[in-house]
Design a binder for this molecule. Sequence first.
Ligand SMILES: [Zn+2]
Length: 190
Amino acid sequence: MTVQPIRLFGDPVLRTAADDVVDFDKELRKLVKDLIETMQDEGGAGLAAPQLGVGLRVFSFDVDDVVGHIVNPVLSFPDEEEQDGPEGCLSIPGIYIDTKRRQNVVANGFNEFGDPVQLVGTGLMSRCVQHETDHLDGVLFLDRLDAAGRKDAMKQIRAAEWYDAAKPPTVKENPHAGGIFGAGLFSSGR
Ligand SMILES: [Zn+2]
């Protein structure tokens, strides 16, 4: 069984920046397997290691039947084009809010064996890559919303059955002003 429990909004691990992967070893490959299997079990479009409580810079994705993972991703944006559409997060289940993202992204990183890889994403894949990379910085898609969107989101979250009022979550204001790095994984399945 490699499906792991997903940490929910309010868990401090989701607010902690992850460390670069240094050892491309058996442990990393187990983590990648857990990420992919848990993501697919939940019907998500992406899952970042901190969502499984692991503070390493790696995430998995499953967008339009393109399934994979990337380690130590570094994002760049080839143009200024933006997109706006519903985004959600497996750590904030059931909440979908329109979130602005860059339309196109290039992620440079490594595969689980330490070989360099490049992931070029547009549309939903670009949204996913920005959302998951934000997770590695302790940033959630809620942080990307304007004041009205954030208010709407928090209202929905407080009403959600999974929400634990004893562990009040924090929402950051403008984590990266200008939105160089996008956050937020939309999740296709839930
Ligand atoms: Zn997420």
